[in-house]
Design a protein around this ligand. Structure first.
Ligand code: SF4
Ligand code: SF4
Length: 285
């Protein structure tokens, strides 16, 4: 639990008769001695019985709220910056995700090198450095964060990064990074979801999945990703994604035609080019 925050979103939540008076919290913080002393330990000495009922984080199953992408406020720069400051400040007080990716170290370095050493000392333009380092893997939401909804702090870091990317896309169009992500991450997810969905509609799908080998498991692993997150990514990046899906459909039509024509030369040309491109650019593992 981040301590000694001055921000309204970090105030002790309302737990009815279990709520600590401000004076008790202030006393606990002022009496820390070392600012590394856990807040809960200080409180424990004062209000043992009440502490037992307070949750440090969210102990309920995460409940992901849909992105409000049709609301004009969703793309409003000031509203976005306000929400980023709120969430960044909670993360700055928590820092649990520092090892997950480059977004969090980027954020914490910006805070630590600012004049106030708080989020309010960071130039808002620099928030985009945090956004740029997020590749929407969803790990911070799925594995780390105790403050995801239904916790009252309502931290959904990947959704916030997605909102920022969508707002920037609406204003500036897709950056090279977004186009690369659409091609290498978003399109493969669509293919994996569509393939598994298609096969699961077949009569003998249980047999098919039972005998699936390693290649099928590798190819479809990403179909186990969070459906809500991927629904929102599709919507936020729909233009780039639809372009790519249409191009991919053309490619499948080419393969289909070559197969139906028995055009072995065309098939060999196509597969050989794909193999040599992948081997030279990614390696043959
Ligand atoms: S979703 Fe973004 S911020 Fe969260 S762990 Fe993945 S890359 Fe990092
Ligand atoms: S996303 Fe959650 S767990 Fe991660 S640093 Fe932010 S508040 Fe902490």
């Amino acid at each position: 639990m981040p301590i000694a925050s001055r921000k309204p979103w970090m105030q002790w939540p309302d737990h009815g008769d279990k709520q600590f008076p401000v004076a008790d919290r202030t006393l606990a913080i002022n009496n820390q001695g070392s600012n590394r002393t856990p807040f809960c330990q200080l409180i424990f000495t004062q209000r043992q019985s009440k502490l037992m009922a307070i949750k440090e984080g969210n102990l309920e199953a995460p409940k992901r709220e849909p992105l409000d992408w049709q609301n004009p406020q969703f793309y409003d720069k000031d509203s976005l910056y306000t929400e980023m400051e709120r969430v960044f400040d909670i993360c700055h007080g928590c820092r649990r995700c520092v090892s997950l990716c480059n977004s969090f170290p980027t954020l914490f370095d910006l805070v630590d090198e600012s004049s106030t050493m708080e989020v309010d000392g960071v130039d808002r333009q620099d928030y985009w450095k945090v956004v740029d380092n997020c590749y929407l893997c969803d790990l911070c939401y799925l594995t780390k964060c105790p403050y995801v909804p239904p916790h009252e702090w309502n931290v959904d870091f990947p959704h916030l990064m997605l909102r920022a990317k969508a707002a920037r896309f609406r204003k500036q169009g897709a950056s090279m990074r977004d186009k690369v992500l659409a091609a290498t991450s978003h399109l493969p997810h669509m293919l994996a979801f569509a393939l598994v969905h298609h096969l699961s509609n077949l009569n003998d799908h249980e047999e098919i999945f039972r005998y699936a080998a390693g290649g099928f498991r590798d190819f479809t692993r990403i179909a186990s990703s969070d459906p809500v997150m991927w629904r929102d990514i599709c919507i936020a990046n729909s233009d780039a994604l639809i372009d790519l899906i249409e191009q991919y459909q053309d490619e499948l039509d080419r393969v289909k035609l070559a197969i139906s024509d028995g055009d072995t030369e065309e098939l060999l040309r196509l597969f050989s080019r794909a193999k040599s491109e992948r081997d030279s650019l990614i390696g043959n593992c």
